[in-house]
Design a binder for this molecule. Structure first.
Ligand code: NAD
Ligand code: MG
Length: 297
């Protein structure tokens, strides 16, 4: 287990390329990855920063969402996770980890590209938790295609539905239920400002998330709700090994960063915790990068 709290060289803290190719169907499962990603299962230590908060995390079964869900629970929050039904195996592990902290954990699987489901998800999460203070929007769709000629209209539309429309529907339903002090955290990407040629649909959705975050933050500041964004660089998650990258790029994944390795999901978690907590009370409309040195701006 990596000791996250020990002074050490961050470039050597986690595995570096080369990785072995390990294609999976979409959505991939974290449990099938080698090396196993660090979502903080053993490594993240809480310190009471989110006492009795009520949080919904989309994409909470795996990757960055799982790391946020575990960290939120360790900081004292009850957590609902949303994910796709085929990800039940990953989701079960997260539910067990949250319950182990003595916090309440609820699973609400379903497809956020569907407006009616987004409304149901927010209503059910609010009911199960007895409130809604934190909305961490981490779910996303990424499928690399090398040439524009091979991107179907259906893929273009679905990437926007999951990454942008879902965000809109979930925020629209949640805001009337959130109290002053509530926090919405979106998830963009280094792709928003440094797009890869094979992510012609995905990269613009992440740029849209930056603008959406800033606009919504300005709109709801006077209600005491903060809206911020985490923008990761390359992170070792099933999104990438299930077609987010062309398979041939997996062995060198993360080598393009100044740190020469991908990030691990747990390395994103402190940003979600900070932005969710009252400690960041004067922070809204901001984009926080964690990119191994690629720089979001
Ligand atoms: P991940 O595959 O572990 O998580 C993505 C999750 O999105 C899945 O677990 C799934 O539950 C959810 N999802 C996808 N389609 C959905 C749908 N239609 N309905 C409901 N849920 C759906 O991968 P991750 O890398 O942790 O991705 C989390 C977020 O981080 C995404 O928004 C992604 O764009 C962003 N991101 C990832 C990286 C990276 O390198 N891994 C870099 C920048 C940004
Ligand atoms: Mg998943």
């Amino acid at each position: 287990m990596v000791d996250l709290y020990k002074l050490q060289d961050p470039t050597k803290q986690y595995p570096r390329p080369k990785f072995k190719r390990q294609p999976q169907n979409v959505p991939g499962l974290a449990k099938n990855m080698t090396p196993r990603p660090d979502h903080g299962e053993e490594s993240y230590r809480g310190s009471g920063r989110l006492p009795n908060r009520k949080a919904l995390v989309t994409g909470g079964d795996s990757g960055i969402g799982r790391a946020a869900a575990i960290a939120f629970a360790r900081e004292g929050a009850d957590v609902v996770i949303n994910y796709l039904p085929s990800e039940e195996a990953d989701a079960k592990e997260v539910i067990a980890l949250i319950e182990k902290e003595g916090r309440k954990a609820f699973a609400i699987p379903g497809d956020i590209s569907n407006e009616a489901f987004c409304k149901r998800l927010i209503a059910q999460a609010h009911k199960k938790l007895g409130g809604l203070d934190i909305l961490a929007l981490v779910a996303g769709k990424q499928h690399a295609v090398e040439k524009i000629a091979n991107i179907s209209t259906a893929q273009m539309e679905q990437t926007y539905r999951v990454n942008v429309f879902g965000l809109f529907w979930l925020c629209k339903a949640a805001l009337p239920l959130m109290p002053p002090g509530g926090s919405i955290i979106t998830t963009a990407s280094i792709q928003a400002t440094h797009p890869s040629s094979s992510l012609l649909d995905y990269a613009p959705t992440k740029a849209a998330i930056l603008a959406f975050t800033r606009a919504l933050a300005r709109q709801v500041a006077e209600d005491g709700i903060r809206v911020n964004c985490v923008a990761p660089g390359p992170v070792w998650t099933p999104l990438q090994t299930s077609g987010g990258q062309p398979d041939k790029k997996i062995p060198a994944f993360g080598s393009e960063t100044p740190m020469k390795r991908p990030g691990q999901p747990v390395e994103m978690a402190p940003l979600y915790v900070l932005l969710a907590s009252q400690e960041s009370s004067y922070v809204t409309g901001e984009i926080y990068g964690a990119t191994g040195g690629l720089e979001i701006s």
